[in-house]
Design a binder for this molecule. Structure first.
Ligand SMILES: [Ca+2]
Ligand SMILES: [Ca+2]
Ligand SMILES: [Ca+2]
Length: 228
């Protein structure tokens, strides 16, 4: 490879190192959190009024947040561990009749059959009954599951132990992220250089079967554009 090509790539790498790291939890509003990588959520009750949510990821530790709206990402695995000893936790679809706004949702039904009918299938996988820790819910929503869901206490009169999930699509694939870790940094440049030197098809960035400056240019452009 020509030294000028290397110089261009290394200059781009220096720029890229300043890009922000990928955040896992982003607080979007007073009661709204986007958690875009799989985590273990623990939930416990505050009386019969709220679920208190806690979780830890690379963004930090979030403790005892009352009935948040949680924006989750399709194709990530989330685990819900109910550590209340008395309140059964369930995840329901958008047929559960719910009123209110972020952080203060409440069920508008005390009809157990309506609650049960809304709980996701298979039923047992989306209900965590006391005793705790023996029946965690593990949920990996797929692209087919994108939409609105609710969580609630399944005791019919615990109306206000209710909150919302929104399942959103994951980020689209990102061609210059050659290390496939969701971040653009020097390691992707290094991987490109190695692939280019080896004439690996992954470095044929303009897909014309040749390895030349146009591939470097296309890679740098994609790299500078960043990933969504
Ligand atoms: Ca509540
Ligand atoms: Ca990468
Ligand atoms: Ca090419």
């Amino acid at each position: 490879m020509k030294n000028t090509t290397k110089a261009i790539i290394l200059a781009a790498a220096a720029t890229i190192l300043t890009l922000p790291a990928h955040a896992e939890t982003t607080q979007i509003g007073p009661d709204i959190y986007a958690v875009d990588e799989g985590v273990l959520f623990t939930v416990i009750n505050m009386g019969a009024s709220d679920w208190l949510w806690s979780w830890t990821d690379s963004s930090g530790t979030f403790n005892n947040i009352a009935d948040p709206t949680l924006i989750l990402t399709a194709n990530e695995t989330y685990v819900f561990e109910n550590i209340s000893t008395v309140h059964p936790f369930g995840i329901a679809d958008d047929t559960l009749p719910v009123g209110g706004t972020d952080g203060s949702y409440f069920r508008t039904t005390t009809d157990g059959t309506i609650i049960n009918a809304a709980i996701l299938d298979p039923f047992a996988d989306f209900v965590a009954n006391p005793a705790p820790q023996e029946d965690d819910i593990t949920w990996t929503p797929t692209n087919d599951d994108i939409g609105i869901y609710y969580y609630t206490c399944m005791i019919t009169f615990h109306l206000s132990m209710t909150g919302k999930f929104e399942i959103v699509a994951g980020p689209p694939s990102c061609p210059p992220d050659l290390t496939n870790d969701g971040q653009l940094n020097f390691f992707d440049v290094s991987a490109f250089l190695s692939a280019f030197a080896a004439m690996d098809p992954v470095a044929d960035f303009n897909d014309d079967g040749q390895f030349n400056f146009f591939d470097v240019s296309a890679f740098l452009t994609a790299f500078a554009d960043g990933c969504p």
